[in-house]
Write a protein that binds this ligand. Sequence first.
Ligand code: SF4
Length: 262
Amino acid sequence: MRTITDLLNFTSPEEWDGIFETVKCRRALSPSKLPDMDYALNPYGGCEHGCVYCYAPEVTHSEWKEWRIVRVRSNIADRLAKELVNVRGVVGIGTVTDPYQYAEKRFMLTRQCLEVLKAGNSKIHIHTKSDLILRDLDLISQMDSEVGITITTLDDRISRITEPGAPLPERRLKTLKELTDAGIKTYALVGPILGSLEGNEKEFVEAILSTGTEHMSLDRLNLRPKMTERLQRMGIKGSDKALEKIRRIAESSGLEVTDVFE
Ligand code: SF4
């Protein structure tokens, strides 16, 4: 059985089989403060991707060391079906945790919610780092949908250090390409932009361009009090210099560039 110690050791994603806790939620939807989203829907609490720059634990008043323990909101699709009757607007899926983290393979709550949303003709906006989203292309392609795939580096080693449970960059680029090729409105969510991207900006933008997406959304490192010490210990910094260079190269290459928080 996996323990908290295993969790903190960041076992490789291939070996990781998760620590899950089944809970019931009282509400499926909450108001969203993110741009272009009216409601937030998060089938899971906690996130197995374990990104070192994740500020969601602070936003949700959780402990970062326990963030990889996933609370599986087992009744969320039923709740959603009841709440959807009064909902008009865009439902953001994965505003605080990744809706296609490993738990989704096992519990399929995101897919259940998509089925409910599709039946209700809802508009959706999904954020993920995972190629598991391709499993649901049959549903997403029939909906009024927009998908952002987060890509922060092309370097597997940096990705393993900073986003230990998430799929590697190449898989994310392929996912973005497959979604775009399928006619889904997509964008590369590039953030947080770390110092490790300095000097690699051109190659990075070219990789995004190769997916065929026409949009890029940029985000700087959002430092919160509890994560500052952790990132300093790891020597990880944000880079406004890389952000502005990526913006310049992307815009001159024809990509539409926005900021996550304008
Ligand atoms: S994928 Fe998102 S929610 Fe999950 S750990 Fe990484 S930054 Fe946090």
